[in-house]
Design a protein around this ligand. Structure first.
Ligand SMILES: Cc1cc2nc3c(=O)[nH]c(=O)nc-3n(C[C@H](O)[C@H](O)[C@H](O)COP(=O)(O)O)c2cc1C
Length: 197
């Protein structure tokens, strides 16, 4: 699938079909995650593949009782080996730790969408409980759960206008070439010109 299409189309999926995902595909997702950039190429991410139903139920319960998560046949728990990262970075260890895992997560979710799998990133949980459920060793932190499965819904994108989130040169400065906006339309125009050539 073409990259821009994949990025534009991906949506968080909260409803899944009752259909298993082969391990081969899960490993493809992890391979994509593992290609993500990381500070100093430290690759502090650690992935736990969870297929066991009871464990998935416990995870969903731990994530503020989001029962919809149980529908997804696979949960991928992204942990950070903070002990490892601490030996390289003192001041920025927590920030880098999360940022690196977030990069991996986004890669994984885009790869999933490209092969018609749905995902949702979930981060609201008690770290202590999650560590207990998954026997996460001392020095490692669960950073997020990604539910994976075949989508049973096709949500639409809910986004504000990009121009409301964009500044030029300094924070809050919105003054710019007015002809740039609205960007959605401009991009379409540019594409149509490109196609005509
Ligand atoms: C850090 C983080 C935490 C999230 N936690 C949840 C969650 O607990 N439950 C959920 O259904 N979606 C969760 N999401 C998904 C967001 O709700 C979703 O990305 C957002 O609504 C935009 O929708 P989209 O991903 O379809 O574009 C989370 C996303 C992020 C990045």
């Amino acid at each position: 699938m073409e990259t821009s299409k994949c990025i534009k189309e991906r949506r968080s999926i909260n409803n899944y079909l009752d259909k298993d995902v082969p391990l081969r595909l899960i490993l493809e997702l992890l391979d994509a995650a593992h290609q993500a950039p990381s500070s100093g190429n430290i690759q502090n991410w650690r992935f736990i593949i969870v297929k066991n139903k009871k464990t998935r139920e416990e995870i969903a319960e731990c994530c503020l009782s989001q029962t919809w998560m149980c529908q997804a046949p696979v949960h991928i728990v992204i942990c950070s080996d903070r002990e490892h990262i601490s030996s390289f970075y003192e001041k920025h260890k927590n920030t880098y730790s999360i940022q690196n895992c977030a990069m991996a997560a986004q890669n994984l979710m885009l790869k999933a969408h490209s092969i018609k799998l749905g995902t949702c990133f979930v981060a609201g949980f008690s770290k202590m409980t999650m560590k207990r459920i998954l026997e996460i060793k001392e020095g490692s932190e669960p950073e997020g759960i990604i539910t994976v499965g075949y989508p049973a819904e096709k949500p639409t994108s809910k986004r504000g206008l990009l121009e409301n989130y964009t500044f030029f040169e300094t924070y809050s400065n919105r003054r710019a070439d007015k002809s740039l906006w609205p960007l959605n339309k401009k991009i379409k125009d540019l594409f149509s010109k490109f196609k005509k050539k």
